[in-house]
Design a protein around this ligand. Structure first.
Ligand code: ATP
Ligand code: MG
Length: 579
């Protein structure tokens, strides 16, 4: 490719809303153009990188026997009504009507479509397992599209769905996908962690995310300093925390505790560690059809409630939001003094949960549901009917649930960008769609399903977040838009042009993707573009040619080296590029 014929509109100005380097450089480098909130055009450089990422994904997926399909972007709303997600999915689902008033959605994910497809064709265990995947546009009307292609509204996703006759076979495929994704992200040159993820209402350990480690990542992940354990903070576990101070000695009693509406003031009042206090966190849960209810979570005073874990505790809730002081007072409660005794009678709310680390705990201090009063000597082992759930947020320094007791592994927190998610769905969709097959003994059973996603366009941003410097991007050879930039310093110099053209042809013949910068631009501008675009290598054909030398540059460390222009240049370059 000759640069003079190419279209790479590079810019000097940083876009105003670009807070991440990946966002800034992809726009300034002429890879993408923003055309609306969370919507981008991909320009030739962007397409070249996307195609390489797609090729790696396809190669690795095809190796496993998965088959590529392409499902319609526009999906009949009736399919989404069948699964119940038409109402539940929320505003991210773009709903619209055609001229005949038929309802449609723009596909954000394809469990419904694929289940319906399989139901029409697959009837027997003999046709299983089957794994279909696609690399296609998705649309999610994200509330806050940002960070360029990392959180777009229209984006490219690889989504795969597998169908099985048994749990064991689903688990086998899940493991194959974990290995496959690991190979894909390794080939893309990423530093990443496979983490245990929140599986929402489905629960279990059936879901893992692939997190690219980057300070700019929106997800917080919890990693052990001694073993392989890693989890999204939303799903992180720990070894149960134990007391560092002796328990307050008191028999069960109601105690006058004025001005103790905060945990700090309460702990100070009794001169105890907040470990021995119980905090009530009141939220409002939102259900289908606009219904809502107050929900009560009881955790140790020294802990923080994790909102995702809290949401998972409430069957059927779509979301939880803050409860206002008026809402809390209107059911007869006094903020700062809320406790679990008689709470159900006072509020009529069935949604009362304790953190599971409080199970059977004694010597606790808890609100008495009366202004200025707390109970002391609370013994939860004597209380019946308490529902315990995992509710608390794991903190840095907590002990690893996998190796903590033996190796004393401690957890630390770091940021990640989610680039992949694999999920054992089970029969959630097949049951809703009555998608059944006949097993070996002729019994009708719902398919067991797995689903597997990769954020293909997000990867463009995630890769840059790990590979850039103050001058621009640093693509690795496997996915770079071009491998080598041959820069002619002065295109009016016929000797330079002639030499560069010959080299360009010879390297092209040897399979090296070259771009020949033959533009009528200043030398400095050409170098700046090479650095911004992040082509892995450049060759400078300039004045030095008279003395018999050209210059080879590696983008990553900007290492420069003079090569003898008269002697086996092509071989020397191939050697350095490693082709
Ligand atoms: P997130 O938590 O980042 O919103 P998600 O968990 O909703 O993502 P999935 O439904 O698991 O996303 O989708 C599979 C993959 O698609 C994700 O792992 C991510 O890489 C990518 N993806 C999801 N939403 C977006 C988006 N708005 N823009 C770009 N890529 C996205
Ligand atoms: Mg996800």
């Amino acid at each position: 490719m000759k640069f003079s014929n190419f279209f790479a509109p590079t810019l000097k100005e940083k876009p105003k809303d670009a807070f991440l380097k990946s966002h800034e450089y992809l726009i300034r480098g002429g890879f993408i153009q923003q055309i609306g909130s969370g919507i981008y055009n991909f320009l030739p450089l962007g397409v070249r990188v996307l195609e390489k990422i797609k090729a790696i994904i396809q190669e690795e997926m095809n190796k496993t026997g998965a088959l590529e399909v392409s499902l319609g972007f526009v999906t009949a709303a009736s399919l989404w009504q069948k699964s119940g997600r038409y109402e539940r999915y929320g505003k991210e689902l773009l709903r619209f009507k055609d001229r005949k008033e038929n309802e449609f959605v723009l596909g954000p994910t394809y469990e419904e479509v694929i289940t319906e497809l399989i139901k029409s064709y697959i009837k027997s265990y003999k046709q299983l397992p089957l794994h279909l995947y696609q690399i296609n546009l998705k649309f999610r009307d994200e509330i806050r599209p940002r960070f360029g292609v990392i959180r777009g509204r229209e984006f490219l996703m690889k989504d795969g769905y597998s169908f099985h006759g048994s749990k064991e076979d689903l688990k086998r495929e899940f493991n194959v996908m974990e290995e496959t994704y690991t190979r894909i992200f390794t080939r893309l040159g990423l530093e990443f962690r496979v983490v245990e993820a929140d599986s929402g209402a489905i629960g279990g350990s059936g879901s893992k995310e692939f997190m690219v480690l980057a300070q700019s990542g929106e997800d917080t992940i919890c990693v052990c300093n001694k073993c392989q354990y890693a989890a999204n903070l939303e799903a992180a576990r720990r070894i149960k925390k134990t007391a560092k101070t002796p328990p307050p000695q008191a028999d069960f009693a109601k105690f006058h505790t004025p001005n103790t509406t905060t945990i700090e003031s309460l702990a100070e009042f009794f001169k105890v560690d907040s470990f021995w206090t119980i905090k009530a966190v009141v939220k409002k849960a939102l259900f289908e059809k606009g219904e809502s209810a107050l929900v009560f979570f009881f955790i140790r005073g020294c802990e923080t409630l994790n909102v995702t874990k809290a949401l998972n505790a409430i069957a059927g809730a779509n979301d939880i939001i803050e409860a206002s002081e008026e809402e809390i007072r209107s059911v007869g409660l006094c903020p700062g003094y809320i406790g679990a005794y008689a709470l159900r009678n006072i509020t009529q709310s069935p949604y009362i949960y304790f953190d599971k680390e409080l199970e059977d705990c004694k010597h606790l201090i808890m609100g008495a549901n009366e202004e200025d009063y707390h109970f002391v000597g609370v013994d939860l082992s004597l209380c019946e009917g308490i529902e315990f759930r995992d509710l608390i947020e794991v903190k840095a320094g907590d002990l690893c649930p996998k190796c903590g007791e033996d190796k004393q592994g401690e957890l630390y927190l770091t940021q990640g960008i989610e680039v992949g998610h694999i999920f054992q769905l089970g029969d959630k969709y097949s049951s809703a769609f009555e998608a059944f097959f006949l097993d070996e003994s002729g019994r009708s059973k719902p398919f067991l399903m797995g689903c597997y996603g990769i954020g293909v366009s997000r990867l463009l941003g995630a890769i840059i977040e790990q590979h850039y410097d103050e001058r621009g991007m640093q693509w690795n050879k496997a996915i770079a838009p071009f491998t080598l930039d041959i820069i002619v310093s002065n295109i009016k110099d016929t000797q330079q042009m002639e030499y560069a053209r010959n080299l360009y042809r010879a390297l092209q013949e040897r399979g090296i993707e070259c771009i020949l910068d033959d533009r009528e631009e200043r030398y400095g501008a050409k170098i700046a573009d090479f650095e911004l675009i992040g082509i892995p290598y450049a060759l400078i054909v300039g004045k030095g040619l008279n003395e018999g030398n050209i210059e080879f540059i590696q983008r990553k460390n900007l290492l420069k080296e003079k090569l003898d222009s008269r002697d086996c240049v092509v071989e020397k370059i191939l050697e350095r590029i490693g082709s």
